[in-house]
Design a protein around this ligand. Sequence first.
Ligand code: D8Q
Length: 117
Amino acid sequence: KQESPRTARDDSKDLAMCRILLAELESHQDAGPFLTPVNPKSVPGYRKIIKKPMDFSTIRDKLTNSQYLNLETFIIDVNLVFDNCEKFNEDNSVIGRAGHTMRRFFQRRWTELLRQN
Ligand SMILES: Cn1cc(C(=O)NCCN)ccc1=O
């Protein structure tokens, strides 16, 4: 049986892509709640409910310090921001809606950039 040849995708543009995606997330009009770590002192219950906090400034630091192995580990951290938001906030709330909007935006943009690669 002729198996399909395993070809790896070209990942040489992935770091540039992560930088573009993160800059677009940081400058999005609904980014506010996600720009810096949630302050557990000012948000009751957050520390107990959210086991793995994540925010765009932490992702920025990790990207700057080459802590992302590949595009996948970067996408996992961005999605963690939105999964935490969904867990902690009602869908019908300002922050909850911002999370949904930002997740949809991110999903569309990384798939667009991957296609054009
Ligand atoms: C993402 N998120 C942010 C806050 C918040 O108060 N953010 C102010 C700026 N850090 C509260 C709950 C929550 O899930």
